[in-house]
Design a protein around this ligand. Structure first.
Ligand SMILES: Cc1cc2nc3c(=O)[nH]c(=O)nc-3n(C[C@H](O)[C@H](O)[C@H](O)COP(=O)(O)OP(=O)(O)OC[C@H]3O[C@@H](n4cnc5c(N)ncnc54)[C@H](O)[C@@H]3O)c2cc1C
Length: 471
Protein backbone atom coordinates (compact mmCIF):
# COMPACT_ATOMS: atom_id res chain seq x y z
CA UNK A 1 0.00 0.00 0.00
CA UNK A 2 1.49 3.36 -0.92
CA UNK A 3 2.41 5.63 1.95
CA UNK A 4 1.48 8.65 -0.07
CA UNK A 5 -1.15 10.86 1.47
CA UNK A 6 -2.23 13.68 -0.69
CA UNK A 7 -4.72 16.33 0.06
CA UNK A 8 -5.57 19.95 0.25
CA UNK A 9 -5.60 21.15 3.83
CA UNK A 10 -8.06 23.91 4.52
CA UNK A 11 -9.58 25.76 7.46
CA UNK A 12 -9.33 23.78 10.69
CA UNK A 13 -6.90 21.34 9.18
CA UNK A 14 -4.65 24.23 8.31
CA UNK A 15 -4.21 24.86 12.02
CA UNK A 16 -2.74 21.40 12.24
CA UNK A 17 -0.18 22.32 9.64
CA UNK A 18 0.79 25.54 11.21
CA UNK A 19 4.22 24.22 10.28
CA UNK A 20 3.41 25.91 7.04
CA UNK A 21 2.18 28.97 8.81
CA UNK A 22 3.70 30.08 12.06
CA UNK A 23 6.91 32.00 12.29
CA UNK A 24 8.10 32.48 15.85
CA UNK A 25 11.35 33.65 17.29
CA UNK A 26 11.73 32.20 20.79
CA UNK A 27 14.44 33.67 23.03
CA UNK A 28 17.01 31.52 24.78
CA UNK A 29 19.42 32.35 27.57
CA UNK A 30 22.93 31.48 26.42
CA UNK A 31 26.14 32.40 28.16
CA UNK A 32 24.42 35.01 30.29
CA UNK A 33 22.43 36.80 27.62
CA UNK A 34 19.18 36.39 25.73
CA UNK A 35 19.53 35.36 22.10
CA UNK A 36 16.94 34.45 19.52
CA UNK A 37 16.97 30.73 18.97
CA UNK A 38 15.16 27.48 19.14
CA UNK A 39 15.44 25.21 22.17
CA UNK A 40 16.60 22.43 19.91
CA UNK A 41 19.60 24.29 18.58
CA UNK A 42 23.08 23.81 19.75
CA UNK A 43 24.82 27.14 19.90
CA UNK A 44 28.05 28.46 18.47
CA UNK A 45 28.96 32.05 19.19
CA UNK A 46 29.51 34.27 16.16
CA UNK A 47 32.77 36.14 15.57
CA UNK A 48 33.14 39.18 17.82
CA UNK A 49 34.04 42.63 16.60
CA UNK A 50 33.50 44.78 13.54
CA UNK A 51 32.84 43.47 10.08
CA UNK A 52 35.93 43.40 7.90
CA UNK A 53 36.06 46.06 5.17
CA UNK A 54 37.13 43.51 2.56
CA UNK A 55 37.03 39.73 2.04
CA UNK A 56 38.14 37.25 -0.63
CA UNK A 57 34.65 35.75 -0.64
CA UNK A 58 31.47 36.63 1.26
CA UNK A 59 29.12 33.74 1.99
CA UNK A 60 25.48 34.53 2.77
CA UNK A 61 24.15 32.02 5.30
CA UNK A 62 25.74 29.97 8.09
CA UNK A 63 23.81 26.76 7.52
CA UNK A 64 25.67 23.57 6.64
CA UNK A 65 26.16 24.63 3.00
CA UNK A 66 27.63 28.02 3.89
CA UNK A 67 29.86 26.52 6.58
CA UNK A 68 31.13 23.63 4.41
CA UNK A 69 31.75 25.99 1.46
CA UNK A 70 33.74 28.32 3.71
CA UNK A 71 35.84 25.38 4.93
CA UNK A 72 36.44 24.23 1.36
CA UNK A 73 37.51 27.74 0.27
CA UNK A 74 39.75 28.17 3.32
CA UNK A 75 41.44 24.86 2.49
CA UNK A 76 42.19 26.32 -0.95
CA UNK A 77 43.94 29.31 0.60
CA UNK A 78 41.13 31.89 0.55
CA UNK A 79 39.86 33.89 3.47
CA UNK A 80 36.05 33.69 3.37
CA UNK A 81 33.68 35.60 5.62
CA UNK A 82 30.19 34.31 6.44
CA UNK A 83 27.33 36.67 7.25
CA UNK A 84 24.32 35.11 8.98
CA UNK A 85 21.06 36.94 9.65
CA UNK A 86 20.30 34.92 12.79
CA UNK A 87 22.24 32.21 14.62
CA UNK A 88 24.65 29.67 13.18
CA UNK A 89 22.62 26.70 11.88
CA UNK A 90 19.45 28.27 13.27
CA UNK A 91 17.23 27.02 10.44
CA UNK A 92 17.25 23.79 8.37
CA UNK A 93 20.70 22.72 9.49
CA UNK A 94 19.48 22.06 13.04
CA UNK A 95 16.06 20.73 12.02
CA UNK A 96 16.82 17.79 9.76
CA UNK A 97 16.04 14.10 10.23
CA UNK A 98 19.63 12.94 9.84
CA UNK A 99 20.01 10.28 7.16
CA UNK A 100 23.18 10.30 5.06
CA UNK A 101 22.12 7.96 2.32
CA UNK A 102 21.90 6.98 -1.34
CA UNK A 103 19.01 4.52 -1.25
CA UNK A 104 17.01 4.66 -4.50
CA UNK A 105 18.50 8.07 -5.33
CA UNK A 106 17.79 9.29 -8.84
CA UNK A 107 20.82 9.38 -11.15
CA UNK A 108 21.17 13.17 -10.94
CA UNK A 109 22.08 13.15 -7.25
CA UNK A 110 23.35 9.60 -6.68
CA UNK A 111 27.08 10.29 -7.06
CA UNK A 112 26.90 13.41 -4.92
CA UNK A 113 25.32 11.35 -2.14
CA UNK A 114 27.66 8.39 -2.67
CA UNK A 115 30.77 10.59 -2.34
CA UNK A 116 29.06 12.58 0.44
CA UNK A 117 28.76 9.39 2.50
CA UNK A 118 32.46 8.67 2.02
CA UNK A 119 33.43 12.21 3.07
CA UNK A 120 31.24 12.12 6.19
CA UNK A 121 32.86 8.84 7.23
CA UNK A 122 36.20 10.66 7.50
CA UNK A 123 34.82 13.89 8.98
CA UNK A 124 35.40 13.19 12.70
CA UNK A 125 39.05 12.48 11.95
CA UNK A 126 39.36 15.58 9.78
CA UNK A 127 37.87 18.01 12.29
CA UNK A 128 39.22 16.27 15.41
CA UNK A 129 35.77 16.22 17.05
CA UNK A 130 32.63 14.09 17.19
CA UNK A 131 30.24 15.39 14.54
CA UNK A 132 27.75 12.67 15.66
CA UNK A 133 28.30 10.90 12.33
CA UNK A 134 27.80 7.15 12.59
CA UNK A 135 27.76 4.53 9.85
CA UNK A 136 24.62 2.82 10.92
CA UNK A 137 22.91 0.89 8.13
CA UNK A 138 19.39 1.53 6.94
CA UNK A 139 16.57 -0.96 6.40
CA UNK A 140 13.68 -0.13 4.09
CA UNK A 141 10.87 -2.60 3.61
CA UNK A 142 9.41 -2.23 0.11
CA UNK A 143 5.84 -1.04 -0.20
CA UNK A 144 4.79 -3.82 -2.57
CA UNK A 145 6.06 -6.27 -5.20
CA UNK A 146 6.56 -3.54 -7.76
CA UNK A 147 8.64 -1.49 -5.33
CA UNK A 148 10.75 -4.56 -4.52
CA UNK A 149 11.32 -5.26 -8.20
CA UNK A 150 12.34 -1.65 -8.86
CA UNK A 151 14.69 -1.74 -5.88
CA UNK A 152 16.36 -4.91 -7.14
CA UNK A 153 16.83 -3.33 -10.58
CA UNK A 154 18.22 -0.14 -9.04
CA UNK A 155 20.69 -2.10 -6.88
CA UNK A 156 21.89 -4.12 -9.88
CA UNK A 157 22.32 -1.04 -12.08
CA UNK A 158 24.23 0.94 -9.47
CA UNK A 159 26.48 -2.02 -8.52
CA UNK A 160 27.40 -2.43 -12.19
CA UNK A 161 28.00 1.31 -12.66
CA UNK A 162 30.24 1.66 -9.63
CA UNK A 163 32.21 -1.57 -10.13
CA UNK A 164 34.53 -3.14 -7.58
CA UNK A 165 36.80 -0.09 -7.10
CA UNK A 166 34.01 1.91 -5.57
CA UNK A 167 32.06 -0.40 -3.28
CA UNK A 168 28.31 -0.16 -3.28
CA UNK A 169 27.00 -1.64 -0.06
CA UNK A 170 23.29 -1.93 -0.69
CA UNK A 171 21.59 -5.31 -0.96
CA UNK A 172 18.37 -7.20 -0.30
CA UNK A 173 18.14 -8.91 3.08
CA UNK A 174 15.69 -11.37 4.64
CA UNK A 175 15.47 -14.14 7.26
CA UNK A 176 17.58 -13.83 10.40
CA UNK A 177 19.44 -10.76 9.26
CA UNK A 178 16.20 -8.83 8.77
CA UNK A 179 14.71 -10.15 12.00
CA UNK A 180 17.73 -8.89 13.95
CA UNK A 181 17.44 -5.44 12.40
CA UNK A 182 13.69 -5.23 13.12
CA UNK A 183 13.73 -6.98 16.46
CA UNK A 184 10.50 -6.64 18.39
CA UNK A 185 8.37 -5.74 15.35
CA UNK A 186 4.71 -6.79 15.53
CA UNK A 187 4.46 -7.50 11.80
CA UNK A 188 6.27 -10.29 10.07
CA UNK A 189 8.42 -8.43 7.56
CA UNK A 190 10.03 -10.88 5.18
CA UNK A 191 12.23 -8.86 2.84
CA UNK A 192 13.91 -5.45 2.79
CA UNK A 193 16.52 -3.31 1.09
CA UNK A 194 19.56 -2.71 3.28
CA UNK A 195 22.03 0.13 2.77
CA UNK A 196 24.83 -1.13 4.95
CA UNK A 197 27.03 1.99 4.81
CA UNK A 198 24.32 4.60 5.16
CA UNK A 199 25.11 7.16 7.82
CA UNK A 200 23.48 9.17 10.50
CA UNK A 201 23.93 12.74 11.75
CA UNK A 202 22.21 14.35 14.70
CA UNK A 203 20.54 17.70 14.10
CA UNK A 204 21.56 19.02 17.52
CA UNK A 205 25.23 18.41 16.85
CA UNK A 206 26.59 18.08 13.31
CA UNK A 207 26.41 21.61 11.86
CA UNK A 208 27.53 23.15 15.16
CA UNK A 209 30.65 20.97 15.31
CA UNK A 210 31.43 21.92 11.71
CA UNK A 211 30.95 25.61 12.58
CA UNK A 212 33.34 25.29 15.55
CA UNK A 213 35.87 23.73 13.20
CA UNK A 214 35.38 26.54 10.67
CA UNK A 215 36.06 29.11 13.37
CA UNK A 216 39.08 27.12 14.55
CA UNK A 217 40.67 27.32 11.09
CA UNK A 218 40.15 31.08 11.01
CA UNK A 219 36.80 31.51 9.24
CA UNK A 220 34.90 34.55 10.50
CA UNK A 221 31.15 34.09 10.95
CA UNK A 222 29.17 37.26 11.73
CA UNK A 223 25.77 36.45 13.25
CA UNK A 224 22.72 38.75 13.58
CA UNK A 225 24.08 40.27 10.37
CA UNK A 226 21.71 39.98 7.41
CA UNK A 227 23.02 40.52 3.91
CA UNK A 228 20.67 43.00 2.25
CA UNK A 229 22.07 42.75 -1.25
CA UNK A 230 25.00 43.12 -3.57
CA UNK A 231 26.42 46.20 -5.27
CA UNK A 232 28.07 46.18 -8.67
CA UNK A 233 30.44 48.42 -10.56
CA UNK A 234 30.66 48.15 -14.34
CA UNK A 235 28.74 44.85 -14.19
CA UNK A 236 31.05 43.26 -11.61
CA UNK A 237 30.28 42.62 -7.96
CA UNK A 238 31.95 45.23 -5.77
CA UNK A 239 30.35 44.82 -2.32
CA UNK A 240 28.00 42.76 -0.20
CA UNK A 241 25.86 45.17 1.79
CA UNK A 242 24.79 43.96 5.21
CA UNK A 243 22.74 45.57 7.96
CA UNK A 244 26.06 46.30 9.72
CA UNK A 245 27.88 47.77 6.75
CA UNK A 246 29.39 46.80 3.41
CA UNK A 247 32.16 44.27 2.73
CA UNK A 248 34.21 44.88 -0.41
CA UNK A 249 34.48 41.68 -2.45
CA UNK A 250 34.18 40.43 -6.01
CA UNK A 251 33.05 36.92 -5.04
CA UNK A 252 29.84 35.86 -3.32
CA UNK A 253 28.21 32.54 -2.43
CA UNK A 254 24.51 32.65 -1.64
CA UNK A 255 23.65 29.71 0.64
CA UNK A 256 20.61 31.26 2.25
CA UNK A 257 18.43 28.12 2.35
CA UNK A 258 14.73 28.99 2.43
CA UNK A 259 15.54 32.70 1.86
CA UNK A 260 17.76 32.37 -1.20
CA UNK A 261 14.90 32.92 -3.64
CA UNK A 262 13.88 36.23 -2.05
CA UNK A 263 17.49 37.42 -1.78
CA UNK A 264 18.12 36.67 -5.46
CA UNK A 265 14.83 38.22 -6.51
CA UNK A 266 15.99 41.59 -5.17
CA UNK A 267 19.08 41.17 -7.37
CA UNK A 268 16.84 40.65 -10.41
CA UNK A 269 17.48 36.90 -10.63
CA UNK A 270 14.57 34.47 -10.79
CA UNK A 271 14.98 31.32 -8.63
CA UNK A 272 11.88 29.16 -9.05
CA UNK A 273 11.57 27.44 -5.68
CA UNK A 274 8.64 26.88 -3.34
CA UNK A 275 8.65 26.34 0.42
CA UNK A 276 8.05 22.87 1.87
CA UNK A 277 7.72 21.99 5.56
CA UNK A 278 8.32 18.76 7.42
CA UNK A 279 7.73 17.96 11.09
CA UNK A 280 10.02 15.84 13.24
CA UNK A 281 10.21 14.55 16.78
CA UNK A 282 12.82 13.22 19.15
CA UNK A 283 12.02 10.49 21.69
CA UNK A 284 14.03 8.63 24.30
CA UNK A 285 15.37 5.17 23.50
CA UNK A 286 13.74 2.67 25.87
CA UNK A 287 15.28 -0.77 26.56
CA UNK A 288 14.61 -3.25 23.78
CA UNK A 289 14.09 -0.65 21.05
CA UNK A 290 15.61 -1.81 17.77
CA UNK A 291 18.60 0.29 16.73
CA UNK A 292 19.63 1.58 13.32
CA UNK A 293 17.66 3.46 10.74
CA UNK A 294 14.36 1.95 9.63
CA UNK A 295 11.66 2.83 7.10
CA UNK A 296 8.53 0.65 7.02
CA UNK A 297 5.29 0.75 5.03
CA UNK A 298 2.57 2.53 6.97
CA UNK A 299 4.61 5.72 7.43
CA UNK A 300 6.93 4.32 10.11
CA UNK A 301 10.38 5.88 10.24
CA UNK A 302 12.95 5.99 13.02
CA UNK A 303 16.66 6.55 13.36
CA UNK A 304 18.73 5.93 16.47
CA UNK A 305 20.91 8.91 17.33
CA UNK A 306 24.50 8.86 18.61
CA UNK A 307 23.29 9.50 22.19
CA UNK A 308 20.72 6.66 22.12
CA UNK A 309 17.66 8.87 21.54
CA UNK A 310 15.51 8.33 18.42
CA UNK A 311 14.50 10.73 15.66
CA UNK A 312 11.14 9.81 14.16
CA UNK A 313 8.78 11.55 11.79
CA UNK A 314 5.81 11.13 9.52
CA UNK A 315 7.06 11.36 5.95
CA UNK A 316 4.62 14.08 4.96
CA UNK A 317 5.69 17.25 3.23
CA UNK A 318 3.47 20.29 3.63
CA UNK A 319 3.60 22.68 0.72
CA UNK A 320 1.68 25.86 1.61
CA UNK A 321 0.16 27.96 -1.12
CA UNK A 322 2.25 31.12 -1.37
CA UNK A 323 2.39 34.00 -3.80
CA UNK A 324 5.03 32.17 -5.84
CA UNK A 325 2.74 29.11 -6.20
CA UNK A 326 0.78 31.13 -8.76
CA UNK A 327 3.95 32.02 -10.65
CA UNK A 328 5.84 28.70 -10.61
CA UNK A 329 3.14 26.24 -9.53
CA UNK A 330 2.64 24.79 -13.02
CA UNK A 331 6.32 23.74 -13.09
CA UNK A 332 5.65 21.52 -10.05
CA UNK A 333 2.76 19.53 -11.51
CA UNK A 334 4.95 16.48 -12.37
CA UNK A 335 6.45 16.47 -8.85
CA UNK A 336 3.20 17.00 -6.99
CA UNK A 337 1.41 14.32 -9.01
CA UNK A 338 4.25 11.83 -8.45
CA UNK A 339 2.74 9.14 -6.16
CA UNK A 340 6.10 8.79 -4.35
CA UNK A 341 6.12 12.44 -3.26
CA UNK A 342 4.10 12.46 -0.01
CA UNK A 343 2.77 15.99 -0.20
CA UNK A 344 -0.03 17.95 1.43
CA UNK A 345 -0.89 21.26 -0.16
CA UNK A 346 -1.94 23.68 2.58
CA UNK A 347 -3.97 26.86 2.38
CA UNK A 348 -3.00 28.91 5.41
CA UNK A 349 -1.65 32.32 6.38
CA UNK A 350 1.58 31.85 4.42
CA UNK A 351 -0.36 33.01 1.38
CA UNK A 352 -1.24 36.29 3.07
CA UNK A 353 2.27 36.68 4.53
CA UNK A 354 3.95 36.21 1.17
CA UNK A 355 1.49 38.53 -0.56
CA UNK A 356 2.32 41.23 2.00
CA UNK A 357 6.07 40.59 2.13
CA UNK A 358 8.22 43.24 0.41
CA UNK A 359 9.54 41.82 -2.85
CA UNK A 360 12.26 44.39 -3.33
CA UNK A 361 14.10 46.92 -1.17
CA UNK A 362 16.91 49.41 -1.25
CA UNK A 363 20.14 48.48 0.46
CA UNK A 364 19.67 51.08 3.20
CA UNK A 365 16.26 49.66 4.13
CA UNK A 366 15.41 46.97 6.69
CA UNK A 367 14.81 43.70 4.83
CA UNK A 368 12.61 40.65 5.56
CA UNK A 369 15.81 38.83 6.58
CA UNK A 370 16.25 41.12 9.58
CA UNK A 371 12.63 40.53 10.57
CA UNK A 372 13.01 36.73 10.62
CA UNK A 373 16.27 35.94 12.39
CA UNK A 374 15.77 32.21 13.01
CA UNK A 375 12.64 31.02 11.33
CA UNK A 376 10.91 28.56 13.63
CA UNK A 377 7.82 26.93 12.18
CA UNK A 378 5.21 25.23 14.36
CA UNK A 379 5.19 21.42 14.06
CA UNK A 380 2.25 19.45 12.71
CA UNK A 381 1.20 18.01 16.09
CA UNK A 382 -1.61 15.65 14.96
CA UNK A 383 0.62 14.08 12.29
CA UNK A 384 3.44 13.65 14.81
CA UNK A 385 1.08 12.15 17.39
CA UNK A 386 -0.36 9.73 14.86
CA UNK A 387 3.06 8.64 13.65
CA UNK A 388 4.27 8.06 17.22
CA UNK A 389 1.22 5.88 17.93
CA UNK A 390 1.86 3.90 14.73
CA UNK A 391 5.48 3.41 15.74
CA UNK A 392 4.45 2.15 19.19
CA UNK A 393 1.91 -0.25 17.70
CA UNK A 394 4.58 -1.73 15.41
CA UNK A 395 7.35 -1.79 18.04
CA UNK A 396 5.83 -2.12 21.53
CA UNK A 397 9.29 -1.38 23.03
CA UNK A 398 8.63 2.27 22.15
CA UNK A 399 5.60 2.33 24.51
CA UNK A 400 7.99 3.51 27.22
CA UNK A 401 9.60 6.16 25.03
CA UNK A 402 9.39 9.70 26.35
CA UNK A 403 8.85 12.65 24.10
CA UNK A 404 11.86 14.99 24.11
CA UNK A 405 11.15 17.54 21.38
CA UNK A 406 8.97 18.32 18.39
CA UNK A 407 9.77 20.76 15.63
CA UNK A 408 9.26 21.65 12.01
CA UNK A 409 11.73 22.67 9.34
CA UNK A 410 11.22 24.76 6.23
CA UNK A 411 13.02 23.77 3.05
CA UNK A 412 12.77 25.28 -0.36
CA UNK A 413 12.43 22.91 -3.26
CA UNK A 414 12.91 23.24 -7.00
CA UNK A 415 10.42 21.78 -9.48
CA UNK A 416 12.56 18.66 -10.08
CA UNK A 417 13.52 18.40 -6.37
CA UNK A 418 17.24 18.61 -7.23
CA UNK A 419 19.57 21.22 -5.74
CA UNK A 420 20.56 24.43 -7.46
CA UNK A 421 24.35 24.78 -7.47
CA UNK A 422 25.10 27.24 -10.18
CA UNK A 423 26.93 30.25 -11.50
CA UNK A 424 24.55 33.17 -11.91
CA UNK A 425 25.10 34.65 -15.33
CA UNK A 426 23.44 37.98 -14.46
CA UNK A 427 26.07 38.46 -11.71
CA UNK A 428 29.47 37.03 -12.60
CA UNK A 429 31.33 36.11 -9.41
CA UNK A 430 28.18 34.94 -7.61
CA UNK A 431 27.46 31.23 -7.06
CA UNK A 432 24.12 30.05 -5.73
CA UNK A 433 23.93 26.88 -3.64
CA UNK A 434 20.41 26.21 -2.44
CA UNK A 435 17.14 24.26 -2.80
CA UNK A 436 18.29 20.90 -1.55
CA UNK A 437 16.29 18.59 0.66
CA UNK A 438 19.44 16.46 1.20
CA UNK A 439 21.91 19.14 2.19
CA UNK A 440 23.42 17.21 5.09
CA UNK A 441 24.33 14.24 2.89
CA UNK A 442 25.44 16.43 0.02
CA UNK A 443 27.24 19.24 1.81
CA UNK A 444 30.85 17.98 1.58
CA UNK A 445 30.51 17.50 -2.19
CA UNK A 446 28.18 20.38 -2.86
CA UNK A 447 30.70 22.70 -1.12
CA UNK A 448 33.45 21.41 -3.40
CA UNK A 449 31.30 22.03 -6.49
CA UNK A 450 30.47 25.54 -5.26
CA UNK A 451 34.16 26.35 -4.72
CA UNK A 452 35.03 24.98 -8.17
CA UNK A 453 32.36 27.08 -9.86
CA UNK A 454 33.45 30.19 -7.98
CA UNK A 455 37.14 29.69 -8.81
CA UNK A 456 36.56 28.62 -12.42
CA UNK A 457 37.78 25.07 -11.80
CA UNK A 458 36.25 21.83 -13.06
CA UNK A 459 33.75 20.31 -10.60
CA UNK A 460 34.12 16.63 -9.71
CA UNK A 461 30.66 15.81 -11.10
CA UNK A 462 28.45 16.85 -14.00
CA UNK A 463 26.69 19.95 -12.71
CA UNK A 464 24.16 20.30 -15.55
CA UNK A 465 21.35 18.80 -13.38
CA UNK A 466 21.96 21.57 -10.80
CA UNK A 467 22.04 24.53 -13.16
CA UNK A 468 19.83 27.49 -12.25
CA UNK A 469 18.62 27.89 -15.83
CA UNK A 470 17.41 24.30 -16.34
CA UNK A 471 13.74 24.90 -15.55
C1 LIG B 1 12.61 18.35 8.37
C2 LIG B 1 13.84 18.17 7.55
C3 LIG B 1 14.41 16.90 7.42
C4 LIG B 1 15.59 16.74 6.69
N1 LIG B 1 16.22 15.52 6.64
C5 LIG B 1 17.40 15.38 6.00
C6 LIG B 1 18.09 14.13 6.02
O1 LIG B 1 17.66 13.15 6.63
N2 LIG B 1 19.27 14.05 5.34
C7 LIG B 1 19.81 15.11 4.66
O2 LIG B 1 20.86 14.96 4.04
N3 LIG B 1 19.18 16.31 4.65
C8 LIG B 1 17.98 16.46 5.30
N4 LIG B 1 17.34 17.66 5.30
C9 LIG B 1 17.85 18.75 4.47
C10 LIG B 1 18.98 19.53 5.12
O3 LIG B 1 18.70 19.81 6.47
C11 LIG B 1 19.12 20.84 4.35
O4 LIG B 1 19.24 20.56 2.97
C12 LIG B 1 20.35 21.63 4.78
O5 LIG B 1 20.37 21.83 6.17
C13 LIG B 1 20.32 22.97 4.04
O6 LIG B 1 21.40 23.74 4.48
P1 LIG B 1 21.50 25.25 4.04
O7 LIG B 1 22.79 25.73 4.54
O8 LIG B 1 21.22 25.35 2.58
O9 LIG B 1 20.23 25.96 4.70
P2 LIG B 1 19.99 26.49 6.18
O10 LIG B 1 20.48 25.56 7.21
O11 LIG B 1 18.55 26.85 6.24
O12 LIG B 1 20.89 27.76 6.26
C14 LIG B 1 20.65 28.93 5.53
C15 LIG B 1 21.09 30.08 6.43
O13 LIG B 1 21.09 31.28 5.67
C16 LIG B 1 20.69 32.32 6.52
N5 LIG B 1 20.26 33.43 5.66
C17 LIG B 1 19.25 33.45 4.77
N6 LIG B 1 19.18 34.65 4.16
C18 LIG B 1 20.17 35.40 4.67
C19 LIG B 1 20.60 36.73 4.45
N7 LIG B 1 20.00 37.54 3.56
N8 LIG B 1 21.65 37.19 5.17
C20 LIG B 1 22.30 36.40 6.06
N9 LIG B 1 21.91 35.13 6.32
C21 LIG B 1 20.87 34.63 5.63
C22 LIG B 1 19.56 31.70 7.33
O14 LIG B 1 19.32 32.42 8.52
C23 LIG B 1 20.11 30.30 7.57
O15 LIG B 1 20.80 30.19 8.81
C24 LIG B 1 16.17 17.85 6.04
C25 LIG B 1 15.59 19.13 6.17
C26 LIG B 1 14.45 19.28 6.93
C27 LIG B 1 13.87 20.67 7.09
Amino acid sequence: MPITRRGLLLGGAAVAVAGGAGILTPMLRREGRWVPGSPRNGYVEGTEGKLPKQADVVIVGAGILGIMTAIELAERGLSPVIVEKGNIAGEQSSRFYGQVMTYKNPDEIFMMHHIGKQRWRKMNEKVGADTSYRTQGRVEVPLDEEDLENTRKWINTKSAELGSDNPFNTRIIHGNELEQRLRGASSNWTIAGFEEDSGSLDAEVAAFVMAEYAKKIGIRIYTQCAARGVETQAGNISDVVTEKGAIRTSQVVVAGGYWSRLFMQNLGVDVPTLPAYQSQQLISGPPGAPGGNVALPGNIFFREQADGTYATSPRVIVVPLVKESFIYGYKYIPLITDPDFPVHIALNNRLFTTLMQPQSWKLDEVTPFEEHRDMTALPDLPALEESLETLKAEFPAFEKAELIDRWSGAMSIAPDEHPIISNVKELPGLVLNTATSWGMTESPVSAEITADLLLGETPPLDVTPFDLYRF
